[in-house]
Design a protein around this ligand. Structure first.
Ligand code: NAD
Length: 503
């Protein structure tokens, strides 16, 4: 088969797949084999215009649906997703590389938000104050914004879009999703499901592409808001550009999550948690643990326990009959970048306890694999410590005290997630109060909040003031009006009064 015979992954306009006008494409790989398996359309200006027109048509119909009708579409979508999620998991594994059970976990966490969104009438009803002043009632309405843009990263091609679109749609908006061009197929599978669930055409529109598509959304006056998840430099660019263009914006960025281990912690629990949170999804999670801060004297024992566990990890094709623990990285380029961080750590004086560089899997020699890597005594001045690696590399930093560990966490530029492992309730309570991070685990390594709380970090992990999903999500995707109403009784007409209205 030549490259030209491969399928082209399309946009989704007006309830159907749509080819690209300009013909630009990018390759989509199977990371486990390293082979190009498809090409994805990359939008140009004509596609952006078509996406906007599709979404506008969708909004015009969908925003007129009653609450009860919208709710029945959401319930139907939830049922279809629940019944057919293994199909979606296979797509995620084939394009992202994560193992199938992890892909199912990703979908479950997205489905949680769909389930929350089915209860939207309670969350978007306004308030009513009767007789705020004599004969005057005051009440609020929550209306959809219109067309909203969602721009997502490669590492959660189903879950991250589902952090936003169920709530945006529930509130009556039309969504344009711009998925990652590295694993774009999940967006179309979800589109087909919306169609079957009864969503009007265009209310869920997919615009495939790269920076051109993103910039098109950022600069289109029709797009009312942008929800972005990705790396910090792009999140900052999105935040600044969308805000300059008068849009509502939430832009979630990168991370460098630390796990603080106090000497009284259960070290077997800590070692299990560090391995699960460090190497799950090959470390390509924004909530992955990348640094273990070991408060002495536990570091030697902990490093030994983690090393033992790494030796038992099975790495391979996430779609194999006997499922491995960990799959490949997203691309050869990314694998080389991860590898270069291990070189940097070593050159800066870290001890490479387990070395994943040059890792290969039999029968999958061209796959983008990188072995689980453990670094000890990583200097905090090293770029391997300060920058996000986004791969299966766990760094141990030895500290003398809780205070030294806390100061390190708080001095970092990111503030996405963190965890403390201890049996001391007082220390844990102090930590939750003092740490400058948005999501905290206490003996929990990946503290992704449930759907009815909200997801978001601090500092350079979130630009904007609205987190994803939960109450924040409903506030973000609605615009409030306050109505002050009086039904005039001629006998009480107050006449001319230029003073500021008072009670
Ligand atoms: P990325 O920033 O490269 O890409 C994200 C999106 O932005 C993609 O849709 C991409 O097409 C688009 N994009 C890329 N370059 C662009 C540019 N120059 N201009 C405009 N748009 C551009 O991120 P990624 O590599 O896909 O994802 C990994 C990153 O996402 C990591 O940094 C990870 O920590 C972060 N992430 C954060 C969270 C969170 O909740 N904070 C969740 C998941 C991933």
């Amino acid at each position: 088969m030549t490259d030209n015979d491969l399928p082209v992954i399309a946009h989704w306009f007006d309830g159907a797949p749509a080819g690209s006008a300009g013909g630009r494409t990018a390759p989509v790989y199977n990371p486990a084999t390293g082979a190009v398996q498809a090409h994805v359309a990359l939008a140009d200006e004509a596609d952006i215009a078509a996406a906007l027109a599709s979404a506008q048509r969708g909004f015009d119909v969908w925003s007129g649906f009653s609450i009860a009708k919208r709710q029945s579409v959401l319930f139907a979508f939830r049922e279809l997703l629940n019944a057919r999620k293994t199909e979606l998991a296979a797509i995620l594994t084939a394009e992202h590389g994560k193992v199938l059970s992890d892909a199912m976990g990703e979908i479950a966490r997205g489905q949680e938000v769909v389930e929350l969104a089915t209860g939207f009438p309670h969350l978007i009803k306004g308030a009513y104050s009767e007789n705020a002043s004599t004969g005057v009632d005051v009440y609020s309405l929550k209306q959809p914004l219109g067309i909203v843009g969602v721009i997502s990263p490669f590492n959660f091609p189903a879950m991250v879009p589902m952090w936003f679109f169920p709530i945006a749609l529930a509130a009556g908006n039309a969504v344009i999703l711009k998925p990652s061009e590295k694993d774009p197929s999940a967006s179309l599978w979800l589109a087909q499901l919306w169609k079957e669930a009864g969503l009007p055409d265009g209310a869920y529109t997919v615009l495939q592409g790269d920076k051109v598509a993103v910039d098109g959304l950022l600069h289109s006056p029709e797009v009312q808001s942008i929800s972005f998840v990705g790396s910090t430099p792009i999140a900052q660019y999105i935040y600044e550009t969308a805000a300059k263009n008068g849009k509502r914006v939430q832009a979630l960025g990168g991370a460098k999550n630390h796990m603080l281990v106090l000497p009284d912690a259960d070290l077997d629990l800590v070692a299990d948690s560090a391995v699960n949170a460090g190497f799950g999804a090959a470390g390509e999670r924004c909530m992955a643990v990348s640094v273990v801060l070991a408060v002495e004297p536990v570091a030697d024992e902990l490093v030994a326990k983690v090393t033992e566990r790494i030796a038992k990890l099975r790495i391979g094709n996430g779609a194999a009959d006997v499922e491995p623990d960990m799959g490949p990285l997203i691309s050869g380029q990314h694998r080389d970048k991860v590898s270069s961080y291990v070189d940097i750590a070593e050159a800066d004086g870290a001890r490479v306890v387990v070395d994943g560089r040059g890792y290969t899997v039999d029968g999958h020699e061209d796959g983008f694999f990188f072995g689980p890597t453990l670094l000890d005594a990583v200097p905090t001045s090293s770029r391997a410590y300060t920058e996000e690696i986004f791969g299966p590399v766990l760094s141990v930093v030895r500290v003398a005290s809780y205070d030294e560990g806390l100061a390190l966490i708080n001095s970092g530029e990111f503030g996405n997630g963190t965890a403390i492992f201890t049996n001391d309730g007082g220390a844990a309570r102090r930590f939750q109060n003092e740490v400058q991070v948005g999501m905290i685990g206490i003996n929990v390594p990946i503290p992704v909040p449930v759907a009815y709380h909200s997801f978001g970090g601090w500092k350079k992990s979130l630009f904007g003031d609205a987190k994803a999903y939960g109450v924040h999500g409903f506030d973000f995707f609605t615009r409030e009006k306050a109505v002050t109403s009086r039904w005039l009784d001629p006998a009480t007409h107050g006449g001319i009064n230029l003073g500021f209205p008072q009670n």
